[in-house]
Design a protein around this ligand. Structure first.
Ligand SMILES: [Zn+2]
Length: 303
């Protein structure tokens, strides 16, 4: 099984015990429970003993706040760490300054994307879980059916509607990402989403309702490049916390190489040789970094 970055979350998510409200409150009140604060899409980044970057998850004891100060903000139980310590994510977005609850000696609040490659993989995976859950919570304050304010349940991992009784569950958006190849060359494309950079990557797109992942691969590749596929092989998946996608990675063999690009999505696309892919600097292009599943797909094709 291929392990992509943002996988390997070490927490026990306690899915079978979240209904036990007394247990949830016991964990919340435990002074040794840890709090992973998120402030407006930024994360508490601390330095470890040897100056390495770590995700800040101070205990309530260390923060010195009464439980009410944290529980008044949106919070979610992420799970239990080894040694039975609970980890909660708490959304500080309502505060003008996060320092009101988490003083600077605990770390700085930083955006995830530039720092992710420097973080321990297991802690980045916990961040992915926290980001996805808090993003969902922020955007489901009201029931989508009747408009009533929703109420957190199951440690904040479910939202219930007191008016119509509907239960709302965390959302994960499936995206297919596929490295298309043909007779020893791989198709890499520069999308319209990163206009300033010469970043070339695998094609990708959201799965639509009533569509299998393989059908989405074939449709997206045809829409964006006019290429028909001969064979589609699943490779691996990756949670992608920007904000809450699940990337499903494929290698796809093309029938031919004639390109008809959709210029709303793709600026340019090229069929690259393995040598060109190994030395992108010679073409003055950038390829996806090691934290992206596209990097795993390219490595698998080269391998
Ligand atoms: Zn409702």
């Amino acid at each position: 099984m291929h392990a992509n970055f943002y996988t390997g979350n070490p927490l026990d998510r306690l899915a079978l015990r979240r209904d036990d409200e007394a247990f949830m409150l016991e964990l919340l009140h435990d002074p040794a429970s840890r709090f992973l604060p998120v402030w407006r899409d930024r994360h508490l980044i601390a330095q470890g003993e040897t100056q390495e970057l770590r995700v800040g998850m101070p205990t309530r004891q260390a923060l010195g706040h009464p439980v009410e100060a944290l529980a008044a903000l949106p919070w979610v139980l992420l799970g239990l760490q080894a040694g039975d310590r609970a980890v909660f994510a708490v959304d500080l977005g309502a505060l003008e300054e996060p320092a009101a609850l988490v003083p600077p000696e605990f770390g700085r609040f930083e955006p995830l994307r530039p720092l992710a490659p420097s973080l321990p993989a297991d802690e980045a995976a916990i961040l992915a879980q926290a980001r996805g859950l808090l993003h969902w919570r922020r955007n489901h304050l009201f029931c989508g059916h009747c408009g009533q304010a929703t109420v957190p349940q199951q440690g904040g991992t479910r939202l219930g509607c007191p008016e119509c009784g509907l239960q709302h569950f965390p959302r994960t958006d499936p995206v297919v990402i596929m490295l298309v190849h043909h007779e020893g060359r791989a198709l890499l494309a520069r999308g319209t989403r990163f206009p300033g950079r010469r970043l070339f990557s695998a094609l990708a797109g959201f799965i639509e309702p009533g569509e299998s992942a393989e059908e989405a691969v074939a449709r997206e590749v045809f829409e964006e490049t006019g290429i028909r596929l001969r064979r589609i092989a699943y490779h691996s998946s990756q949670p992608w916390p920007y904000p809450n996608s699940l990337m499903l990675g494929f290698l796809a063999e093309a029938e031919g190489r004639a390109l008809t690009l959709d210029d709303n999505e793709i600026v340019e696309a090229h069929w690259l040789t393995p040598d060109e892919v190994r030395h992108p600097e010679r073409l003055d292009i950038e390829l996806p970094g090691a934290t992206a599943i596209a990097h795993s797909l390219i490595s698998a094709w080269l391998g």
